[in-house]
Structure formats: C-alpha cells, structure tokens
Ligand binder design. Sequence first.
Ligand code: UDX
Length: 425
Amino acid sequence: MPEKEPIGVIGVGWVGLCTAACFAELGHDVVARDILPDKVESLRRGEVPIHEPGLPELVRSNADRLRFTTSMDEVLERARLLFCCVDTPPTYSGDADLSRVETVVDELGDSTEHAIVMKSTVPVGTGRSIRRRHEGLGYVSNPEFLKEGTAVKDFMAPDRVVIGAADDAGAFAERVAALYEPLGAPVVRTDVASAEMIKLASNAFLATKISFINEIANVSEELGADVTEVARGMGLDDRIGSRFLRAGIGYGGSCFPKDVSALKQLAGNSGYHFQLLTAVIEVNELQKRRTVGKLKKHLGSLVGREIALLGIAFKPDTDDVREATSLVLAARLQGEGAGVRVYDPVAAGNASGMLGGARDCASALEALDGAHGAVLVTEWPEFAELDWAGDVLARMANPLVVDGRNFLDREALRDAGFDYEGIGR
Ligand code: UDX
C-alpha cells in the first residue's frame, strides 16, 4: 500500500484541531503548527482546549501520528499540502481580517512544492488575489462545513467535499481530493472563486432559512398557528427539507453571523445591494430581543425582577459563546432593571466579563431559585430533565417560562401551573 500523504495544518483553533485529528484518524501523519507556545505545549500533553464531543479521544488515540509545533520550517519540511485554518474575524469595516492568512502565505515563500489548502473562510476573490501576488503558488480552496458539537462526525461523513483550484494547480487539487476518497462523499471540483462562494452562500442560505421560519413563528403567534406544526408540514416537501426550520431566539455562533455579514459586505463592495441578507440579519437581531417583550407581557416592568437564563452557549454541545443570544439578553434584561442569573453546563468560563453583572450559577436549580421568570436559551438536554413540576416550581418566585427553543414539554409545564411562552406557538 502506498504511504499516506503527510498533512500540514496551520492554525490549531477549532477548525485546525478537528482537521488535524481527523486526518490523523484516517492514517495520515499530521504536523500542526500554532504560534502560541502554551497551546502547543498543552496539546502535546494531550489536553484539548475546546469542548467538542469525540475530539479529545481522537487526539489521544492518534497521538503517534499527530505532531504539534510552533515551527513553520518543521511543517514545510514534513508536509507539502498545508491546510490553512487560521481565523478570519470581521474588522470594524465589516470586511474579513485576512492578516493571519497573509502571514501564512508570506511564510511559505516561493516554494512550488507546497500548496496552501484554504480551509479558513475567506471572501470570494481571496484565492485569486493571493495568486496574483504569489505567482506559481499552489492554491486550493477547500472550505469546511463542520458544525460545532458534531464536527468529528461531520468530517468523517460529509454531505460533500468542495475543492476549488485553477487549472495549473490541478495536480494539487487531485492530491487533496485523494485525501477525502475514503470518506466516499460527493466531490465538487470547481474553480477557486466558486468554491469560496459555495461556503458563504451555504451559510447565508441556512441563516435565511432560520430567519424565515422565525418570521413565520412571529406571524403564527399573532394568527394562532403553531410554528412547529407549520415547519413539520413544510419540511416534508422534499424541495424544502425539514432541517434548519426550528424557530427560536435567533442564530449565533462563529460562522452564520460573520458569514452572512461578509457576503452582504462583499456584494456591497462590488456595487450590489443584497437586500435579502440585510433582512436576514435584522430579523435575527430583533428575534434575540423579542424575549424581553414576552417576559414583560407577564411581569409588567422588569425592574427588580430576577430572571434566570438557562444556557449561555450559542447552541448545545459546545462551549462557544460567540454571538450567543444569551449575551444580548443578559444586557437587555439588565438594561430593563432586572437581576439576571445564568447557568450553562460548560460555557460559563468563556463568557466571563461578557454578561455584565449577571450572576453565574453552579446549577440550573440555583439559577431558578427565587426567579420571577426563566428563559431557556440553549437546548441542553439536562434542562428538559429538570423536575419542573416539583423542585423547579417550588423554588421559583413566579412560575413563568419562556422556552426560546420550543424544547420543553409545553403541556406538562402548563398542567403543572406554569405560564409557558414558546416561539411561534
Ligand atoms: C455552521 C454551519 O452549519 C457549518 O456548516 C459551518 O461550517 C459553520 O457554521 P455552527 O456554527 O456550528 O455551524 O452551528 P449550526 O448548527 O449550523 O447552528 C447555527 C445557529 O443556528 C445556532 O445558534 C442554532 O441554535 C441556530 N439554529 C439552527 C436555529 O435557530 N434553528 C435551526 O433550525 C437550526
């Protein structure tokens, strides 16, 4: 059997570490480089700094194929395909900050033996402009579609693999395609700009689907329909599909908000006003804030009221709090004069300093104790398992629940005597 191609990974954040660990699991030697010596040291000890199910196990079981380093020379020496996984945060202007990507490209020098395989989410046109400045550089776009919380599974069983390359980088593109062959997924082999656009358009479409169902939810509330029933009926239409039709208190995370804004900005820079995305963003921002009105409907003024936020992470099974609805709610509720307590099984540490004066609690029950209202922000399974009719009811000062993800047993809560407010039902 031919030896498996060694892989280089540049930037060992969430995407980089998932990529490194999964390629190691597929039998490749992986050398992963980060500029932070402390991070590299702790990874060498097998410590995984993020909450991602299955990842620590992969890092440990593939330790002999995973090498962590701060040295770019070591990566260049050991691997030819270099997966660029550095982050590309938005700048104040709304454009993506590509400085880390540029640094990686510069470090590569004029090598014609190496190729950059771009996993970082970059604006459409980035590949072309990099190649304009570094003629002869092997450049392959290979966007990631991993969801936090199921990233390992998503990597190992992708819906598709997208590989974009110019004709003269075709040989590198073939080598990248070969890496994914064991996964048996459809491969979309295309040009660089289209590959870049597939990533942004996919996330923008999913965000649009969520904002759409959230608007249907808001109208359903007025008209007496139940959005979960509506979504069920819509989703069975093959052309629509049932996924990403869950109404809630808005999408968050490191990708959707950033990518939707990036695509809107990119369109604007080229002179096109992407009206639909403007609405998608606005709907999401308003959706995050609607909870305040639902609490006020029952409590009147929130001054001096105690509100418990169940969940801080932007979704379950992650400790990521980027663009999480909890941050907006904590600020808005305190702005209204309420006292806020928060509980999350894993994400509290990452939100310190972002929740104003909210009290961080060690358990859901502690957060609910004496509260005048509870908001389910993140659908962590443990919140469905609370003894709502017993312990919770006895502890709350007022039995009001806003179920921001339509996650709890509405009938059981109402039967127990709670005022229950869902989303769109
Ligand atoms: C997303 C994309 O799915 C992934 O392909 C991409 O590469 C990275 O961004 P992720 O950010 O991990 O992944 O989260 P995802 O599971 O897509 O959820 C995003 C947000 O949408 C969450 O806040 C979630 O609560 C919300 N959501 C999702 C809804 O409100 N309703 C839904 O029906 C689905």
